[in-house]
Design a protein around this ligand. Structure first.
Ligand code: NAP
Ligand code: MG
Length: 498
């Protein structure tokens, strides 16, 4: 990092430094176990594999607990438990009864929100103000939302009967552990499927706490199973006797999963990477756009598949926007995820930090100009300063590859046509942002941008009723909203309907 540090500077417009008092959220609310079990058939059990792995706090590198590394036998036991629960109970339960369980989970998440938020920040490194104000409220909202659909599937699919598919194998990443668990479990359960969930290797603890909530909510044993482990466990789950695979993670693993399920009857949805364009036109309200750009790329340390990682700025406002952006970066507070004033927490893992450093170094080598604000970083743990690059060309790796860190690549454009061309010049297509005062231009752009979500004069806004998903190498299938029910149901014409 020393070589990179030399390019740090303070801009003339840097405001005077504010001294903030520490405002740590207490960890007392969280009770950690030394060792956790796998949640199979409604019980926490020791892994047949006999293997455990340590899970750490990425802001201190301190070991928090040991969790099982589920082997093939454990995966099969979990899938069998899910199958038994499906056949014996869950599939035939009236929708209004399934809804009661989902409402119970949702309410428990609200009641225990602070505990979940603290644990999420401890295990994943994200700032407490995000886990507290975004991840947990949205996770609970997702369960509430799909609880509402459970007894209304006839209205969701008029003229057709929606039947559950069976057992879903669900593999999720580490950037939004609780929220991704909710995105997977809630629609699957609402539609009458049972599930086996595999959280990411680096962030298993909130999924295991959620398993406790599910146990306390007295869901039929086996309706939800949670198996921890690394990529091998995920691969074993995808290959196991499941009827549906739902995956969120990297495009590379998504492709491997697609190869595994090819030629089988398994249904598949993939939510993969992104390299979203955040496009600012010259008539945009500049201060508002700067906030949106900052939120777009620095929210959750940039560990966001739909992050606005490519900023496209219309040429006449480039200088003005850059100056404001640099000044704003100076005010971002990097540090302890549990401090309520922290804007940017810890990078999720050493592996991810190495990947970010490598891509940032490639940006410098390929001739882009890097800017990082001056700020101290804690000695232990995994950290990366908010970073932006100017002088970026479309061929640079930092303009093409997903960095998945707090790093923004800035390009310019002159006309709306050029903005569309550059925005779509990527193998990905998950999201995009448009900043302009003209409503007609927003619609013109939205029609042409190849992205599952297009935000207008805002960014990174999520709602359970709104579908989310990708184009091209960002995957297929939608999560959220009415659309999010479809991947979990088999539709047949209802009596009398054609
Ligand atoms: P990843 O390997 O795709 O991880 C996603 C999930 O898949 C994790 O639970 C992972 O387990 C599991 N997994 C890994 N290999 C598997 C396999 N062969 N079969 C089935 N499941 C498998 O992502 P990552 O390594 O954590 O991150 C690498 C890159 O992925 C990031 O730099 C970023 O670009 C992208 N990413 C995208 C998203 C997104 O939301 N779209 C989220 C995270 C990462 P382990 O965690 O144990 O490896
Ligand atoms: Mg991995």
């Amino acid at each position: 990092m020393t070589e990179l540090d030399t390019t740090q500077e303070r801009t003339p417009s840097t405001p005077p430094a504010w001294e903030y008092a520490d405002a740590p959220e207490s960890k007392d609310i969280v009770t950690l176990q030394d060792r956790y079990g796998l949640f199979i058939g409604g019980e926490f059990v020791e892994p047949k594999s006999g293997r455990y792995m340590a899970t750490i706090d990425p802001s201190t590198e301190e070991v928090l607990a040991e969790v099982p590394e589920a082997g093939a036998e454990d995966v099969d036991l979990a899938v069998t438990a899910a199958r038994d629960a499906f056949d014996s109970h869950w599939r035939d339960l009236p929708g209004r009864e399934r809804a009661k369980y989902l409402y119970r989970i949702a309410r428990a998440l609200q009641e225990r929100a602070r505990e979940f938020a603290v644990l999420e920040s401890m295990n994943g490194g994200k700032p407490i103000k995000e886990s507290r104000d975004i991840d947990l409220p949205l996770a609970a909202a997702h369960f509430f939302y799909y609880a509402g659909w459970a007894d209304k599937l006839d209205y969701a699919f008029p003229g057709r009967t929606a039947k559950p598919i069976g057992v879903a194998g669900q593999v999720i990443p580490w950037n939004f552990p609780m929220l991704m668990a909710a995105w997977k479990l809630a629609p699957a359960l609402a539609t009458g499927n049972t599930t086996v969930l595999k959280p990411a290797e680096t962030t298993p603890l909130t999924a295991l706490l959620l398993a406790e909530v599910i146990q306390a909510a007295e869901l039929p044993p086996g309706a939800v199973n949670v198996i921890t482990g690394a990529g091998e466990t995920g691969a074993a789950l995808v290959a196991a006797d499941v009827d549906k695979v739902a995956f969120t993670g990297s495009t590379e693993v998504g492709k491997a999963i697609r190869r595994t399920v090819a030629g089988t009857n398994k249904r598949l949805t993939l939510e993969l990477g992104g390299k979203a364009a955040n496009i600012v036109f010259e008539d945009a309200p500049l201060d508002q756009a700067v906030e949106g750009v900052v939120n777009g790329i620095f929210f959750n340390q940039g560990h966001v598949c739909c992050a606005g990682s490519r900023l496209l700025v219309q040429e006449p406002i480039f200088d003005a926007l850059l100056e404001k952006l640099k000044a704003r970066l100076q005010t971002l507070r990097v540090g302890d995820p549990l401090d309520k004033n922290t804007d940017i927490g810890a990078i999720n893992s050493r592996a991810q930090l190495t990947r970010i450093e490598e891509l940032v170094a490639s940006g410098v080598e390929e001739g882009a100009e890097m800017y990082q604000p001056v700020c101290d970083l804690p000695e232990r743990g995994f950290w990366f300063r908010p970073t932006l690059f100017t002088g970026v060309s479309q061929s640079h790796r930092i303009a093409r590859e997903e960095i998945f860190g707090p790093v923004l690549s800035i390009l310019t454009f002159r006309t709306p046509e050029e903005a569309v061309e550059k925005a779509n010049n990527t193998p990905y297509g998950l999201s995009a942002g448009v900043w302009t005062e003209k409503g007609s231009r927003i619609l013109w752009m939205a029609e042409r941008l190849q992205a599952g979500v297009v935000w207008a004069n805002t960014f990174n806004r999520f709602d359970p009723s709104s579908p989310f998903g990708g184009y091209k190498e960002s995957g297929f299938g939608r999560e959220g909203g009415l659309h999010g029910l479809a991947p979990y149901v088999e539709l047949t014409p209802r009596n009398g309907a054609s």
